[in-house]
Design a protein around this ligand. Structure first.
Ligand code: ATP
Length: 693
């Protein structure tokens, strides 16, 4: 339960003054639904108004605040001309310039002869100083002139700075005093203020220094956020460890059989990963390991080998994939090997219903199934194993931390291996997994030919179609990706459907279409026909992005490549170059290209190394956007920026693990304060793992 002291921060932001229903909605989309969220919305810059002593001394081209006398109103004599207000002081004259003025409100607001404060950018025009559309203008007696330094916030269309600022100020006023959760000695060494003072200061910058991410204010806030992240991960992990584990050791019989049936040798990297996994499984503690391998690096066979060990030890194993298609693909690609080795393997997905499903469940419970492959359907309560010893979760970044670990509760001392194809830079691995042990497959299976990658403007599509036509004549297979371009699914679908139709016209009936709106079974059927070679071209929205393995596919065409992130492009390209033949990736873009889009395409054409690409991605887009975190489930930070706060992240990790070692149930005074921090950043799940959570 969230502590009452935080209640004001979790009221809806529409409870803040200035945010009615309409603006409230806009603000919510911009910052998030709670008062706390608007507090995390920090300024990205400042507006520095020079206080000019007089008209003659006002610096041209700058935003200044001046006190002047209204000398006369000059409404436009013709349409489309500006409305001018002449002002003077003892040093000279200037004009305020307004467009589209209706009625006489300006005359009322700035009465003739009144002393007024005006603020805005000044420029000289025909020798006369003027201020077009001042952003502040009011009689002197109407109160405070604008602040000299103002925070500038990221905005969204329809939401002006004023109401946002009012709401943020009100949110600040509601911020409670909280017990300090940082180590006092560390705070003092860093020279950081309290949480509340840091927030107040960040929203009231006195100069550029206060919007710098390395300022003490900003560092303090970033560190709070990172610490909450790292502490939550450390607690979940501690909790996992606290549950008893088991030592799982195989005798190698099944593995030997699998190895004998494999048409290839394991790579050094695969063998090394298995050594690490075996060592973990043999320990009486629970394994929690991440198997990170670039696209096509051969994670699936590593998974099978690990599961074979569990089976050799007389127990069961489960492999969970994020989509139906992938679960099926895993089951199909492993079925023969498993059968040869004498392992009983079954598939369970959300599509299995009734009798068939019940049969699988019965066999699972009685131990007649050794390996169960499936989707999140494996989580369902009635899925019970006789003795689950190893849970493998593929592409887990689609699953949250807790989902990842939920599978482990279906057995006794279950070891967990998570597999990801997303090449995450080391720093980001930390934020997503904390201090998880990592095995990396840095090496690809031998014999892979490089994928020749080219970027071309979309008007060269005819050449691309020619090339595709020639390729399919020689038995090659082609992916053609039409991305989600529009916000509206119907329009997106229309794009893919249209492309499908035009390609059919040119290439005949060998062109298939799959998209996210299709039913699972329909999708599978099309995919299966493509895998079997009945279809030569597969037009797809991004459903093929992750994990599909059709080694005969040699050409990947991506339309609107400029709209994809680097990691996505890398994933897409990873669908080809998986067999013996030379492959190509054609990135079609719509000109003109922005600077970042151009840089992204350059990276794609210059390297195939997923880890380099991920690092570049981090550089080009900032951590918040890397890998399309929004869809990926990687944590998004509001105040921390991994590209600049990497050191803080490492410290937060150490701090968190020290804290968990000393006070695993967060019962000391600092522990109690840290609980509040966890709630503040909505890591409620982590608190639940505590003994008295
Ligand atoms: N040691 C090896 N030598 C040759 N081929 C291999 C080796 N290991 C795996 N392969 C083959 O490489 C292909 C890709 O393997 P797999 O599907 O496991 O990749 P992956 O790591 O899951 O990649 P992705 O995440 O992109 O799906 C498969 O066709 C597999 O049979």
């Amino acid at each position: 339960m969230r502590p009452p002291v935080l209640y004001p921060l979790f009221a809806p932001i529409t409870s803040l003054p200035g945010l009615g229903p309409r603006l409230g909605k806009l603000a919510e989309r911009l910052t998030g639904p709670h008062v706390a969220d608007i507090l995390w919305h920090l300024p990205t810059g400042i507006l520095d108004r020079a206080n000019a002593p007089s008209i003659a001394e006002a610096p041209e081209g700058r935003i200044v605040t001046l006190t002047v006398r209204v000398d006369g109103h000059m409404p436009p004599v013709q349409r489309h001309r500006p409305y001018r207000v002449r002002c003077t002081d003892h040093t000279g004259e200037m004009e305020l310039v307004f467009f589209h003025v209706k009625g006489d409100w300006l005359e009322k607001k700035l009465p003739q002869g009144a002393m007024v404060v005006v603020s805005g950018k000044v420029e000289r025009f025909n020798g006369l100083l003027q201020m077009p559309h001042p952003d502040h203008f009011a009689p002197v007696e109407e109160g405070a002139p604008p602040q000299e330094v103002e925070a500038v916030y990221p905005l969204t269309g329809g939401l002006n700075p004023k109401p946002l600022r009012t709401a943020i100020q009100a949110a600040l006023a509601r911020a409670p005093d909280l017990e300090e959760w940082q180590d006092p000695a560390w705070l003092e060494r860093q020279g950081w203020p309290t949480w509340k003072a840091a927030l107040a200061g960040a929203h009231d910058p006195k100069g550029e220094k206060d919007v710098n991410p390395l300022s003490p204010l900003r560092q303090r806030l970033a560190y709070d956020e990172l610490l909450a992240n790292q502490l939550a991960l450390a607690l979940v992990r501690w909790h996992q460890r606290r549950l008893a584990g088991r030592a799982t050791v195989g005798d190698g019989t099944l593995r030997t059989r699998i190895q004998a049936a494999l048409p290839y040798q394991l790579t050094g990297a695969q063998a090394q990963a298995l050594v690490e996994i075996d060592a973990d499984m043999a320990q009486p503690e629970r394994m929690l390991r991440l198997l990170q391998g670039d696209v096509g690096s051969g994670k699936t066979i590593v998974a099978l080998m690990a599961m074979a060990t569990a089976v050799e030890a007389g127990a069961q194993a489960a492999l969970m994939a994020p989509t139906e298609i992938l679960a099926r693909q895993h089951a199909e690609s492993l079925a023969d090997l498993a059968e040869t080795a004498g392992i009983r393997l079954a598939l369970l997905t959300g599509r299995d219903k009734g009798k068939a499903r019940q049969q699988v469940l019965d066999r699972l419970a009685s131990g007649e199934i050794d390996i169960l492959i499936g989707t999140h359907a494996l989580f369902q309560e009635d899925v019970a194993f006789r003795d689950l010893a190893l849970a493998i979760i593929d592409e887990q970044h689609k699953f949250g931390v807790h989902q990842r670990l939920a599978l482990a509760t279906k057995g006794r001392g279950v070891d967990t291996l998570v597999m990801t194809a997303t090449p995450i830079p080391r720093t980001l691995t930390l934020t997503a997994y904390g201090d998880m042990d990592v095995s990396r497959l840095m090496e690809k299976p031998p014999g892979r030919k490089p994928v020749v990658t080219r970027a071309a403007a979309a008007d060269r599509i005819e050449e691309v179609v020619e090339r595709v036509a020639a390729a399919i004549k020689t038995g090659q297979r082609v992916y053609w990706v039409c991305p989600l371009v529009d916000e509206s699914e119907t329009v997106d679908l229309a794009n893919a459907t249209l492309r499908h139709a035009t390609l059919m016209e040119r290439l005949g009936g060998c062109v298939g279409l799959v998209h996210g709106k299709m039913k699972g079974a329909e999708k599978d059927a099309v995919m299966a026909r493509f895998a079997a070679g009945e279809l030569s071209v597969l037009v797809a929205t991004t459903v093929i992005e992750v994990g599909v393995n059709v080694p005969e596919a040699t050409i990947m065409v991506v339309e609107h490549a400029e709209r994809f992130g680097l990691a996505q492009l890398h994933q897409l390209r990873g669908r080809v170059g998986r067999g013996e033949r030379a492959s190509a990736c054609l990135l079609l873009y719509t000109a003109p290209l922005g600077e970042t889009a151009r840089a992204r395409l350059d990276v794609m054409t210059s390297t195939e190394d997923g880890f380099i690409i991920a690092e570049k991605d981090l550089e080009l887009r900032g951590a918040g956007e890397v890998l399309g975190t929004r869809q990926s489930g990687l944590p998004e930070f509001r105040m921390a920026d991994i590209t600049v706060h990497a050191d803080l992240l490492a410290t937060a990790r150490d701090d968190a693990s020290l804290m968990v070692a000393r006070d695993p149930d967060l019962e000391t005074p600092r522990g109690q304060a840290l609980r509040v921090l966890l709630y503040l950043f909505q890591r409620d799940e982590a608190v639940k793992t505590l003994r008295s959570g």
